[in-house]
Design a protein around this ligand. Sequence first.
Ligand code: EPZ
Length: 439
Amino acid sequence: MDKIVIDGGRPLTGQVRIGGAKNAALPILIATLVAPGEHRIGNVPDLVDVSSMLSLLGRIGCPSLVHQGHVRLDTSRVSFCEAPYDLVRKMRASVLALGPLLARCGEAHVSLPGGCAIGVRPIDQHLKGLELLGARFELSGGYVHGYVDQLVGARIPLDVPTVTGTENILMATVVAKGESVIENAAREPEIVDLAGFLRGMGAKIEGEGTSTIRVQGVDNLRPSPNTWNVLPDRIEAGTYLVAGAITGGDLTITHVRPDDLRPVLEALRAAGCTLEVNADTVRVRRKGPLQPIDITTEPHPGFPTDMQAQLMALSCFAEGTSTIRETIFENRFMHVPELTRLGADIAIHGNTATVTGVSGLRGATVMATDLRASASLVLAGLAAQGQTEVLRLYHLDRGYERLVEKLSDVGATVARVPDDPRVRMFAPSPDLVAKTAAS
Ligand code: EPZ
């Protein structure tokens, strides 16, 4: 198991190129099942979750070739209609196989994803929507077994605007007989990207990005002759903007869509940052002290829950008290006790964290618990005095491509090393750690 060792206190300066969005690449890759043939998808990030999704597709009988973010995926043949436990337990987004497998094969056997560090993560809305389209489900042996003779269009009122639930249902409606209307649909940019990809195959979709998505089912979808490039990752983008802000640097992120980042940009301005926003770049600087912020996570276009931990790390350094309310997941404050180990002053009452800014944090060994909590610990370590070690790096590998290289390229003193407890005890300097790793 690897860890990251950071020598904090250095302002980050320069440019970071942002990659394709993990949470768009995952549904787009599995959506290829609804159109037999060879698909070409570009700007796919090199992440553990993407590899897991391609492994799942390979198990189903769909081979892929990946070269520098470009994926060629052949879904001409489907041999198995199953997403097995050993893959689903590593990547809960495998549940996205339900809709496409029902659409393609008329059956689907998907391991229940189970909960994770941030919450129970139920899939009742996924099943409700697919049942309204004519599917029937049995739960047994930890699997969801789904069957359908013919998907038939329906009105699908969602109780919550679930992101992957909307995506699962959307991928089934495109080949259902007749019209479907998804109400209270999630509005995330990743759903808009998926809809664009499906439209490229011949799907008839309107209203993506709003709460009501209308679909006219078609009999046969074919792969688009063109390459679909996945949209930029707004959460990776926001994370690096916070890295520039928290270290008091001057950082520009490139290949981004600023419109997808609006609530994060507003929060950074409220925190006292100066932003220069252009067509596909954002520059962040900070001259004076950080100001306290008040944020509440909401479904898009509100403030994204996937940026909550990162803004909390920033608020630890503010001159004043910040309030952070998490309304999407029931347990998304796992980073708080770890930030406290670095000297942060955070009190939790229910779904609200009150962060009292301190003059600085001091490095320590901290434990990553989930993807975005890990990012917040790296951000805090970049600004803390002294050395910080973030353990259980596999969480970060799921969602951040080449994190250590990208941070090093803009001036961070950071190394990725095997987590050898003997080395950890003596809190060595990063160059000693790097020498140990090299030996
Ligand atoms: C997606 O998860 C993202 N994952 C998450 O990103 C993100 O945090 C989340 O949306 C919210 O934006 C992917 O896109 C792969 P939800 P998802 O269903 O779809 C409740 C990351 O860090 N709910 O929108 O699983 C649920 O309990 C990950 O990249 C039901 O009650 O989230 C939660 O409270 C973490 N029933 C709320 O809805 C359901 O059937 C939102 O969950 C489904 C969800």
